[in-house]
Structure formats: C-alpha cells, structure tokens
Design a protein around this ligand. Structure first.
Ligand SMILES: Cc1ncc(C[n+]2csc(CCOP(=O)(O)OP(=O)(O)O)c2C)c(N)n1
Ligand SMILES: [Mg+2]
Length: 586
C-alpha cells in the first residue's frame, strides 16, 4: 500500500471529514490519495494561513482535531501563524507538510538549500508545536501518525506537525507489519488528594464573597456541564476569561461577565472584591490580571486548578494550587457531597447585581449613530441558540466579548494568544465543515477582514451559510485607540496611510450578497434579512472612527480601576478591599 493512501485512511479512521489545504508539488501524492474519496473531502483554500486557521476552526468547533496540509517552503511557512495560534490556545490540530525527497534534503550539510523550496519546517515550528517530525522512513508512518495525534489531543492539547518527503509519500508499505505507538502513562495522579479537596471545601464554606473564574480549560476538558452542576450546588457567581467566554451561559443569573483589560467593569469589580477566587482552567494571563498581578484579587484566597503545572504559581501566586484536569477536579469536589449555605453569600450576590446595574455592558444610544456594544446586544437576539460565532481581532473582538449574550450551546471562537487579524473568516469556514447546518457568524473589522478577503471565494465556492458582519470604522481601531491614549493622537499607520476598498463592490465581485447599514434604525431589518436564509451574506456596519472600547484597563492600574476612571469616592464606595494609591508611572 502507498504511504500517502495510508495517511488518508488514518485520517478517516480518526473521524476527520475534511482536510484544508493549498496544493503544491511536494503534496502531490497526498493530494492524489484524496482524489475521488467519498469518505473525506478536500477544501481548497486560497492562502495557507487561511488553511491553517480553517483547521483550527474545525478543531475548535468539532472538539476533535483539524487537519491542514501545505506544500514545502512558502506553503509550510504560511501556516506558521495558525500553528502558533493552536499552540497558545491549546487547540489540537495536525499540520501535514510535503517535503522534498530525502535525498534532496540538506540534513546537517552546511548549505542553505538543496531541493527546490526545501525548508526545514519541522525545526522552524518546533517551539510552536507539541511535536514536529520529519519522517525519513516509510515504515515509521503509523508510529508517527499515532504518536502525533495522541500527543496533540492529550492535555494540555496543542498542534503537531508531520513533514513527509515526496519519496516517503510515494513509498510502499505493508500496513499489517507497521510499528504502532503505545501511549506512555500519564503523569497526572489518578485521584486528586482528598485532603486538598477538603481544604477547598473548607475555603468555600468559610468564604463570604467567592467567585469562579472559568477559563478556556473548561471547554477543553469538556467540563461545561459539571461546572453548571457545581454552580447550582453552591450558588457561586461566575466570571470568565476571553477564552472561557462560551463555557458558561450568559443568561444564567449567576453569570457576572468577562474579566480583564477589556473586561466588563462589573466583572472586574467582582473579582477585585472577592475573598475566594476559584480559578479553573485559566492561565491568569496579564490580559486578565492587569500588568500588576500582585494587585489582582488581593483580598482573596486563590485556588488555581490547571492541567499544566507550569501555569500554576506562574504570574499569580495562589494559596492552593491543584495540577489537575478541571472536569476531574469539579467532579471529585461535587462527589464530596458537602453542604453549602447559599444564604451566606446573598449580600454578595446583591452587590454584584448592583455593579451590573450601575455599570452596564451597553447603553441605548441617544442619537442615530450605531454604538458597537449596543449593536452586539441587539445581534444576540438574532442568533440561534446553537450559533457558532467566530470573532476577529481588534476593537470588534472586545465589543463582541463585552456585550454579546452567549447562550444555549452557542460557541464563541476567537484567537486568544496569537490574536491574528484575519483569523475569524477562515475559522468560520472550518467550523462550517465541522458542524454542517449550524449558523456560523463572523464578526470582524475592516482592517482584519482584508487579511483573509480571498477566502470569500472559498465561501462562495462551497455556498457556506456564513454571515459576515464587518464593523467598519475606517481604521485599525484598536491601535488607533492606543495611539489616542498614549501617543498624543499621532495616528501613524492606523489612520494615516490606511485606506479601504469599497467593500460592497469587492464582496459582490465574489458573488456574495452584501448590505450596508449606517444608523440604528436600519439595524433590526438588516439583521432580520441577514439571518433569513442559508446563503452566505455580508453586512457592513458603519461606525464612527472615534468609537472606543470602554472600559479598558490602563497600564499599572489594578483591575477594579478601569478607564474611564470613576471618581475616587465612587471607586472607594465599590470596594471591600483597600484602595491602592495612584500609580507613580503610567
Ligand atoms: C496579523 C496581525 N497584524 C497586526 C496585528 C496588530 N493589531 C491588533 S488589532 C489591530 C487593528 C485591527 O483593525 P480592524 O480589523 O479594523 O479592527 P478594529 O480594531 O478597527 O475593530 C492590529 C493592527 C494583529 N493582531 N495581527
Ligand atoms: Mg477597523
């Protein structure tokens, strides 16, 4: 049997339905093995970055793993950004690259290149993958495929790459006599120490202002339902990180918003004031804690649970660290069957409601102009309970995160660590193939969409029911806002030197229906139209260039003190903890 046929059979046996790729000579045999198959399909993208991110979207949406393929040299290097995104956000994904024949590969000879487009991609992506392997023997194909998938999916999950030279692709093997990979035993202890769990129970019982921070790990460990169970048992309010945004329903009475630099003010106040933080499956990144982690939740005992031991006691020092899968932690905690008197935290819940009333995530605009946070709130009403919302990078991402009401089984897919402009559209394409029939929405800005515009052709070609909503502020808004705050409005390269095409014309050139709105009165009917059919559609939403993401945490401020700043007396009246002195340097 040909090795390339074996690779395709292997993917099918793992439940893979689609492979995202851009062709090239070094992929020739793998592509040929995909020809005419009816158990797996090829989705030909128009840029390898998009192929890598479509695989990422497929993986995020399917909760299996995605596969992208590219040719050697530029094809392989173009995938690096998607590979890195999977690494930072713990997304299991298999990247397959074609390589020149092993007899044309330089190995350790002191030349730059021997074969045409020869590029040592495995070594290049090693710091961005859990494992990157150049295959030099046909008979190792089964071993490395099995090993790679096992490593990719095992917590903490992430991307793997397999580089397959042409002569290996076309080589012949006897599939029944191939070496297989047997998984090594996991290093995580089987049961969590009962004394540690008991300590956590005691902390919960004695706390008056507890809060759960749900991170991306809740989704990754499939702990959404057990988290809901834990919350209904204890009545503890929940905030999420950006990555954890879809791990708890926003219409739940105990949902208290998203925390962080661009977090909801009420969410940040909740964490700042808490006396017990249960941080579950979150790395407590600087974007969540602010630039001074020592000031973060400084009145609270912190219990930090994470599958990755290196993330524990990393930026934030916790009182109790537990290296475990969060699903396992929550399940074992619930099994202890402890009683928790919910009444003791009623005043705390009342306070959180007060914060929500006082500092809502959006306001109804006074004039005609579209206010992005308000727009997101209206949009939520149109989204089916199982919609997959793919969100790009920039102000648009933060408005969506602050004000969409994520409910039912809705997904919110966005890149956290890599945060690459132009990622939402290809991720949506991947999500569409992973979950056919679901409404898939893209939210992007005018700057970001241009990095993936060519993929409108993929959308058209497959008639994917993707609803693209582009917020047009005619600039790189997120960086412009930064320049306004810290660079005295010197808008180099965000406004100066930046321009847009006529998006309506461009989108129509791809034979996709396009609409545009510029005032509030048009919003509802446009959204109605957008979601009235199963065709791809594009909605351009004109917003003011000056639109800001607010609130926003400035450098050196603790999370409770976001910009626009509250009068000091008002901030003080919101705090159960001591107010910090003004920072000396901003
Ligand atoms: C590939 C890439 N290049 C640069 C950046 C830095 N960056 C972050 S947000 C942003 C501006 C995004 O502009 P736009 O897509 O119009 O969104 P807006 O902030 O205006 O909503 C830039 C340039 C990035 N995240 N990704
Ligand atoms: Mg913009």
């Amino acid at each position: 049997m040909k090795v390339s046929d074996y690779v395709v059979d292997f993917l099918v046996s793992k439940g893979i339905t689609h492979v995202f790729e851009v062709c090239g000579g070094a992929l020739a045999h793998l592509l040929d093995s995909l020809y005419g198959r009816n158990d797996i399909s090829v989705v030909s993208m128009h840029h390898e970055m998009a192929a890598s991110m479509a695989a990422e979207g497929y993986s995020r949406a399917s909760e299996n793993f995605g596969v992208a393929m590219a040719t050697s040299g530029p094809g392989a290097t173009n995938m690096i950004t998607g590979i890195g995104s999977c690494f930072f956000d713990s997304i299991p994904c298999l990247f397959i690259t074609g390589q020149v024949n092993t007899y044309e590969f330089k190995f350790d000879r002191p030349v730059r290149q021997i074969g045409f487009q020869e590029t040592d991609i495995a070594n290049i992506v090693r710091p961005l993958t859990k494992k990157a392997t150049l295959i030099t023997e046909e008979n190792k194909i089964r071993y490395y495929l099995e090993e790679s998938i096992s490593i990719a999916k095992k917590a903490r999950s992430g991307p793997v790459l397999i580089d397959i030279p042409l002569n290996i692709q076309r080589g012949f093997i006897n599939p029944t006599s191939l070496e297989s990979y047997s998984e090594k035993t996991t290093q995580i202890a089987d049961a969590i120490d009962i004394c540690v769990l008991q300590d956590v129970v005691n902390l919960i019982k004695s706390s008056k202002r507890p809060v759960v921070i749900a991170g991306g790990g809740i989704r990754l460990s499939k702990a959404k339902n057990v988290l809901l169970e834990f919350i209904s048992k204890t009545g503890i309010p929940v905030v999420t990180s950006l990555m954890g945004l879809d791990s708890f329903p926003h219409d739940h009475p105990l949902f208290a918003g998203m925390i962080g630099t661009y977090g909801n003010r009420y969410a940040n106040l909740t964490v700042a004031n808490s006396d017990l933080v249960l941080a579950l499956g979150t790395r407590l990144d600087t974007r969540q804690t602010g630039t001074r982690p020592d000031t973060f939740a400084r009145g609270a005992r912190i219990v930090h649970v994470d599958i990755d031991p290196s993330e524990l006691n990393n930026k934030v020092k916790a009182d109790c660290i537990i290296n475990a899968d969060v699903k396992k932690f929550l399940t074992e905690l619930i099994e202890l069957d402890f009683e928790f008197n919910k009444n003791r935290i009623l005043p705390w819940l009342g306070k959180i409601e007060q914060f929500k009333d006082r500092y809502p995530a959006f306001a109804t605009p006074a004039g005609d102009a579209i206010e992005p946070n308000h727009f997101m709130h209206i949009l939520s009403d149109f989204l089916p309970d199982d919609a997959i919302i793919c969100v790009d990078i920039g102000q648009n991402q933060m408005w969506a995160a602050q004000s969409l009401v994520i409910k039912g089984t809705q997904r919110f897919l966005t890149q956290g660590g890599m945060a690459c402009m132009g990622s939402a559209l290809p991720m949506a394409i991947g999500a569409c193939f992973a979950k056919p029939g679901k409404t898939v929405v893209v939210i992007a800005g005018d700057g970001g969409i241009q990095l993936s515009l060519q993929e409108l052709q993929t959308v058209y070609h497959h008639n994917l029911p993707i609803k693209i909503i582009m917020l047009n502020n005619k600039c790189y808004g997120m960086v412009r806002q930064f320049q306004e705050q810290y660079f005295n409005r010197r808008f180099q390269s965000t406004v100066i030197g930046y321009s847009n095409p006529n998006f309506q014309d461009v989108v129509k050139a791809y034979r996709i229906d396009a609409m545009k709105i510029s005032c509030n009165a048009e919003t509802s009917s446009a959204l109605h139209k957008l979601f009235s059919n199963q065709r791809p559609m594009f909605l351009e939403v004109d917003i003011a260039m000056e639109s800001k993401v607010a609130p926003k945490l400035s450098v050196n401020r603790p999370i409770e003190d976001q910009d626009p700043f509250l009068p000091r007396e008002e901030l003080k009246s919101n705090l159960f903890i001591d107010m910090l002195a003004e920072p000396e340097t901003l």
